[in-house]
Design a protein around this ligand. Structure first.
Ligand code: SF4
Length: 440
């Protein structure tokens, strides 16, 4: 009988895609995925970006401890960003001595050897690679969907924003060779994939470490040539590196979705400097204006951190001002929480929690009417939508996203999953739209 595994993934799309690679590696050695803790191997793919993500991991490990007591043959593995940080790794192993396997973001390919070590040699298998130039192209992937796929284009980050752990947990930036990326997407397309999301911590700096000149815009042009791929998305764009050429490609190439996720983090130039973001409020506003001017039907979304150290009321109001000026289609908003090992965690003048919450709520009060107003402007329009999933609220409803990344609910049969349909928008809420499938 084949062995089973279960993966719990915390955090971002990078982690989600890493879990697909872990699944692929496990399938290749005969493991089958199941959706519960009764598996022979339970893996926690962890995140360090938010404090509560780490707390959830420890909570889950506590629950697994009891299961392991009942079934000593069960293996427990912890991987991902938390394990790349030495202090957190040591803390995890001390608090949870029943964990059998620990690996990081740079050595998923070692997993079969680590399992062997834990299973046959009955040893605790811990292996971490701190920083590496190597990219393992040959890893199999157990993809969650066949109609859409996440595709890494870069790994790591060189930007060292002062609040962020990524350069320490995922190492310095490295770009995959264009042909490796294009071959992966050609294969996906041959197997029915219609949408790809190109992933990088900063997709706009793609190609900088390649031996020949090749930019992210060049890559998008090449992906657009691949038959079968209908929607091309990408995540994330750093405002300091977004080129005019990229704007031109989004504008001219139909398959490249008219959506730019452009994290601003703060509207105060002073705070941006403290964050080491390397742009000013003015630069960001000019960039957003240029994108809107060149691509009138574009959606700009963002990430905002509220209550960064040293953020005064005046600084915060600069963020509110920027939000009103850019008129975002959507924004992910976060309360700043210090991450150990980052420069920002040691900064003086941390903003008190109650003040952070007050500012956060005020920001949402300003943001949501803008988002709703933009969503209401979609009513009556028809969008081509790739049918993604059955709605969580009712199995009579399906969901998908417009090219602008708006979530849409519409009635339909599950046989439409993975197909492209035209959906007319009938009503709008702040976080989603509702529509009806139409012929055209
Ligand atoms: S760009 Fe900044 S926030 Fe994004 S991953 Fe790199 S260091 Fe972190």
């Amino acid at each position: 009988m084949s062995k089973t595994f279960h993966i719990l993934t915390y955090g971002c799309q990078m982690n989600e895609h890493d879990s697909e690679k872990i699944g692929g590696m496990l399938n290749s050695i005969g493991y089958e995925e199941i959706d519960n803790n009764k598996a022979d191997l339970v893996i926690l793919n962890t995140c360090l970006i938010r404090e509560n993500a780490a707390q959830k991991v420890f909570g889950k490990l506590g629950a697994l401890k009891g299961l392991k007591r009942k079934n000593p043959n069960m293996l427990i593995a912890v991987c991902g960003c938390m394990m790349q940080k030495e202090e957190v790794r040591k803390q995890t192993l001390k608090r949870c001595p029943f964990v059998d396997i620990v690996f990081g973001t740079n050595n998923i390919h070692e997993l079969p050897d680590l399992i062997r070590k834990a299973q046959i040699e009955k040893l605790k298998a811990v292996s971490i690679i701190e920083n590496t130039e190597e990219i393992h192209e040959d890893m199999p992937k157990a993809r969650k969907y066949s109609h859409k796929a996440l595709v890494n284009i870069t790994y790591g980050c060189n930007n060292f924003c002062t609040y962020c752990v990524v350069p320490y947990t995922r190492g310095r930036e490295k770009s995959r060779e264009p042909e490796d990326i294009l071959n992966e997407i050609r294969d996906l397309a041959k197997n029915g994939c219609k949408e790809v999301t190109l992933l990088g911590q900063n997709v706009n700096s793609y190609g900088k470490n390649l031996s020949r000149e090749y930019t992210f815009a060049d890559l998008l042009r090449a992906v657009s040539e691949i038959d079968g791929i209908e929607f091309i998305r990408f995540m994330t764009s750093h405002p300091k590196d977004l080129s005019d050429d990229l704007i031109k490609v989004i504008k001219e190439y139909d398959k490249v979705c008219n959506h730019v996720h452009l994290p601003v983090q703060s509207g105060s130039t002073k705070v941006l400097k403290e964050m080491n973001r390397k742009y000013t409020k003015e630069h960001y506003l000019e960039l957003a204006e240029k994108i809107r001017r060149e691509i009138p039907d574009v959606a700009i979304t963002t990430d905002i951190i509220v209550g960064f150290p040293e953020e005064t009321e005046e600084d915060f109001m600069e963020t509110v001002d920027l939000v009103k000026k850019v008129e975002y289609e959507s924004a992910f908003t976060f309360l700043y929480s210090p991450r150990e090992g980052t420069k920002a965690a040691t900064m003086e003048n941390q903003v008190p929690e109650d003040e952070k919450h007050k500012r956060f709520n005020y920001l949402l009060d300003q943001l949501y009417p803008i988002v709703l107003d933009k969503n209401e402007k979609c009513i009556g329009k028809t969008y081509r939508i790739l049918v993604d999933e059955i709605s969580k609220s009712s199995d009579e409803f399906l969901t998908g996203r417009t090219e602008h990344f708006r979530l849409v609910h519409f009635k339909g049969d599950k046989s439409l999953l993975g197909k492209i349909v035209n959906v007319r928008i009938d009503s709008a809420k702040t976080f989603f739209l509702e529509g009806t499938i139409v012929d055209k």
